[in-house]
Design a protein around this ligand. Structure first.
Ligand SMILES: [Zn+2]
Length: 204
């Protein structure tokens, strides 16, 4: 019995594979694992297209004073986005499973309470709110698979060099560190830093 227990502990330590997940807009989600696998999830362009379609529809109905229909369309859009988040979170957790990830790290979102209240006024807040929902879906599905979810401080995650911590601005699609010369695709930087980040205080 004792031998078995020791073996299990060793196995956990050796297999510790951490995955950083960066939620974005153009590319909705980027995941990077500590054994160097990268995967992009979702379709930013399609998201943008669908949301624009709903916006135009609402404007047209607004001019015609069709308030009830505007509300229906709003609900339909919400359901569609929720459904997207369920699908993407499932794909993310499946990818984590395939790669034997034991910990998923996400950005800790700040001011989420204020954001929820003012979400309709502000596009950016609306995005934060949908990131929050997606985070919670990932957490829920991951926990069911025995994968831990940790929230990390989001400061400078897209600018910081994953190797030497210098802050750089990415040009075009490439991220090049002016200090150590580290280079990678700009969309990977956030996920890499989230993967390596120390944990934020408390939970989201
Ligand atoms: Zn560097």
């Amino acid at each position: 019995m004792a031998q078995v227990a020791v073996k299990v502990v060793e196995k956990q330590n050796n297999d510790e594979n951490i995955m950083g997940v960066d939620l974005g807009l153009k590319v909705p989600v980027v995941a990077v694992t500590s054994n160097s696998k990268t995967r992009f999830f979702g379709n930013g362009r399609q998201n943008k297209y669908i949301r624009r379609k709903y916006k135009v529809l609402r404007q047209q109905l607004g001019k015609a004073k069709q308030l009830k229909k505007i509300k229906q369309i709003g609900n339909k859009e919400q359901r569609w986005m929720k459904d997207q988040d369920h699908k993407i979170s499932r794909q993310i957790v499946n990818f984590a499973k395939e790669n034997h990830v034991s910990v998923i790290r996400l950005e800790k979102l700040t001011n989420i309470r204020n954001t929820a209240r003012t979400s309709r006024k502000n596009e950016k807040n609306l995005h934060t709110w949908s990131f929050y929902r997606l985070s919670k879906y990932i957490e829920y599905k991951a926990n069911l698979e025995g994968i831990k979810v940790e929230y990390v401080n989001p400061k400078y995650t897209s600018q910081k060099c994953p190797k030497c911590q210098t802050l750089n601005k990415a040009n075009d699609r490439k991220y090049v560190c002016k200090c150590c010369g580290y280079r990678t695709h700009r969309d990977r930087v956030g996920a890499l830093n989230i993967m390596k980040a120390p944990m934020a205080d408390g939970v989201a």
